[in-house]
Design a protein around this ligand. Structure first.
Ligand code: PAF
Length: 282
């Protein structure tokens, strides 16, 4: 496995014979990430290469968010990458990705637009601009044919797809289903901040999503009511419970839609989502 720590090193790597498949992470790797690596290996085959990026991107954290305390487990991350047959790890530091001139003078960034202002964007203004900006930079540096992203961050996935489409990027974005622990909680690097009791409270989040799926044929109001009830029973107050079109459009009436929630538990903001089928005449 090659480890690159500078953009120059990354650029100097010769292209593989087969496809380059990238998995972007902020480290603190867990089963959701290793699943992405395994799927990536499948796409890359033996002649292609799997590139994992590890970079905690300051531009996607708000001033009161957890950039400083975000878990950093680099040694263990490298071990996991090695175990999952990753070919290249690209782990630059902040100064290399954002040289001082750029941070202090230039404000050039990708703008997420209206889809960046809904759902997570309400509580996290600017988050998706920062996220898309680093993803764009990492696309340039790793030059993938295929990029994999987890469906857990569904709004992120939709926005990355939109960016690739809008900017005619010659690569294919693939969404990979969310990996869950035994209690149903979606794997996330921030789960480790939960206490034992917070963790069992958090298990109400996937239960609530399932309750929404069960009543989806009755329409969006029934879904939101049902999800909210389960969360309230567990003493949880969601930041939002919303049903949107699969492309995040507002007020879907029929067919495949997406149920998305954000729920703070012990100060940890848990986000999760699932597909829901509203039927033909919701
Ligand atoms: O999902 C994440 O871990 C991050 O948002 C990403 C895509 C690596 C960009 O920093």
């Amino acid at each position: 496995m090659e480890i690159c720590t500078s953009p120059e090193e990354m650029r100097a790597l010769e292209a593989a014979a087969g496809p380059t498949v990238v998995v972007m992470t902020m480290g603190a790797l867990h089963a959701g990430h290793t699943q992405l690596m395994d799927v990536a290996r499948g796409y890359a085959g033996t002649s292609g290469r799997v590139v994992v990026t590890i970079f905690v991107n300051p531009r996607q954290f708000g001033p009161t968010e957890d950039f400083d305390s975000y878990p950093r487990t680099f040694k263990r991350d490298l071990q996991l990458c090695e175990e999952h047959e990753v070919d290249v790890v690209f782990a630059p530091d902040v100064e290399q990705m954002y040289p001082s001139a750029e941070t202090s003078v230039s404000t050039i960034a990708i703008t997420a637009g209206v889809l960046g202002d809904i759902l997570e964007g309400v509580q996290r203004p600017g988050h998706f601009d920062g996220m898309l900006t680093i993803v764009a930079k990492l696309f340039h540096l790793t030059e993938p044919n295929i990029a994999l992203f987890g469906e857990k961050d569904y709004q992120q996935l939709v926005l990355i797809r939109d960016m690739v489409h809008a900017l005619d990027w010659p690569l294919h974005v693939v969404g990979v289903p969310t990996v869950r622990d035994d209690d149903g909680l979606a794997c996330s690097s921030r789960n480790k901040f939960l206490s034992k009791s917070g963790r069992s409270q958090a298990a109400a989040v996937p239960r609530a999503l399932q309750a929404g799926v069960q009543v989806a044929h009755r329409g969006t109001d029934a879904i939101v009511r049902s999800v909210t009830q389960v969360l309230h029973k567990a003493d949880l107050a969601p930041d939002y419970v919303e049903v949107r079109g699969a492309d995040l459009s507002a007020d879907p009436n029929t067919g495949e839609a997406r149920l998305l929630v954000a729920v703070p538990v012990e100060g940890v903001r848990l986000i999760d989502n699932t597909a829901v089928n509203l039927g033909e005449h919701a």
